[in-house]
Design a protein around this ligand. Structure first.
Ligand code: GLY
Ligand code: MN
Ligand code: MN
Length: 418
């Protein structure tokens, strides 16, 4: 819990005088009045508290002097009947002691807590994600700024502990990717493979996947956020697996492409190797001061070259760049920051998107050829490819955290046949 306390100290330092940061926990969603969906704490909330129960609110108050900060956590009260059904709660006393807060109170006393603790405060940095608290907070009639925007620059830079958590998430995810590749065969349902992934990450200590896994065989891989995961894998097709497990609230985000029959066809191999070569070149560009915008530009140029080499596009390179022809075949960007959320706090403006040491980002060029494409060879229609690694920005150059996930053609084929 000391780690969270240190983070609070760092954030308190950055808060302006006479301001407060107010975070509501993510609301619980119910399928039926007594049947909640699985709960996961809001990432900003967890980042500063470590608290995983729902229906609570956190205040970090900054007074007039540099050192005068105060942390207050309002939580669910102890309730023996509720706890009998839903499990033990910390309650305010334990919440204060275990989570090293300056103060804790019952969430039922929120009105009084706000009134008492926001005296003299002029601005609040607030996330209004929980409508249950909104009325009470807004009633205070203080100037409101976005807590998400305030915290994003801190969350974008990972310290050693966070990098270690991402490495743990990568480790379980690579293990699970390998299990899926080994289970892959003609006739197996994508959903069964999704099950293999979930079983494998959980076997290694992960509580959940960090985002809904994309288990997409054949032309399903063209749907960028395909989540139905319910088709049979067919001989000769490729399986695109975009899946990452979560460890300590940090996630991996890995995409690999596996041939259903264990071997890439000749044309699949040519296309895959070209994309892989581009992906490796893009990774080499990951260093401090490079911007995501530049990386994106390089990806677009690379994809355009590739499409010309494959004779899918014809004509002058520059004209295709001007026409943005590559967008038809790769409509997404080169990658995104990664951490507690799979799309970790994004840069607010593209001109600010400059990489710094401690950032972790994905590099994930893809190629998606529609079944109706008029320019590509017939054998590639309905093909979706993406290769995605998680890369730590360091002064010494890119550190590929996911390097243990096979991606060379020979390695992938060997894995699928093992
Ligand atoms: N898994 C979602 C993404 O790669 O952005
Ligand atoms: Mn990604
Ligand atoms: Mn992904």
């Amino acid at each position: 819990m000391q780690w969270f306390k240190n983070k609070r100290k760092q954030i308190a330092k950055a808060l302006p005088e006479n301001s407060a940061l107010i975070l509501g926990s993510l609301p619980e969603y119910f399928r039926q009045p007594d049947v909640p969906f699985p709960y996961r704490q809001d990432s900003d909330f967890y980042y500063l508290t470590g608290y995983t129960e729902p229906h609570c609110l956190f205040i970090l108050k900054k007074g007039q002097s540099r050192s005068s900060s105060c942390s207050i956590l309002c939580v669910l009260e102890k309730d023996s009947i509720k706890e009998l059904w839903d499990g033990e709660r910390y309650g305010p006393k334990k919440a204060k002691d275990i989570f090293l807060m300056d103060k804790a109170d019952s969430i039922n006393n929120l009105d009084e807590v706000l009134k008492k603790n926001l005296k003299g405060i002029s601005t609040i940095f607030y996330n209004s994600i929980n409508p249950q608290f909104d009325k009470k907070v807004r009633k205070m009639k203080l100037k409101i700024k976005s807590a998400r925007d305030f915290l994003a620059p801190f969350r974008r830079i990972k310290d050693e502990t966070e990098i270690d958590f991402i490495k743990q998430a990568v480790k379980v995810s690579v293990y699970a990717h390998k299990k899926v590749a080994q289970a892959l065969k003609s006739g197996i349902n994508e959903r069964t493979l999704h099950g293999v992934f979930l079983k494998s990450i959980m076997e290694k200590g992960s509580v959940r996947e960090g985002y809904h896994s994309i288990v997409a065989s054949g032309s399903n891989a063209i749907t960028l956020h395909y989540t139905k995961n319910n088709s049979l894998c067919k001989k000769g097709e490729l399986l695109l697996l975009d899946a990452g497990g979560e460890m300590n609230h940090y996630t991996a985000d890995i995409t690999r492409v596996y041939p259903v029959s264990g071997r890439f066809s000749k044309t699949q191999k040519i296309l895959y190797e070209k994309l892989l070569s581009l992906q490796k070149n893009l990774i080499k560009e990951v260093r401090p001061h490079t911007s995501l915008k530049d990386l994106n530009k390089k990806m677009i140029e690379g994809i355009t070259h590739l499409l010309l080499e494959m004779n899918i596009l014809k004509g002058p390179f520059k004209e295709h760049l001007k026409k943005k022809s590559s967008l038809t075949y790769c409509p997404h960007s080169v990658g995104h920051l990664l951490g507690m959320d799979v799309h970790d706090p994004p840069f607010s403006r593209s001109e600010e998107s400059v990489l710094q040491p401690g950032m972790v980002l994905t590099i994930e060029p893809g190629l998606y050829i529609s079944k109706k494409d008029l320019r590509a060879p017939k054998s590639l229609l309905g093909t979706g490819l993406r290769i995605e690694d998680d890369v730590l920005v360091t002064e010494k150059g890119p550190l590929v955290l996911t390097k243990s996930a096979p991606k060379e053609v020979e390695e992938v084929e060997e894995l699928c046949c093992s």
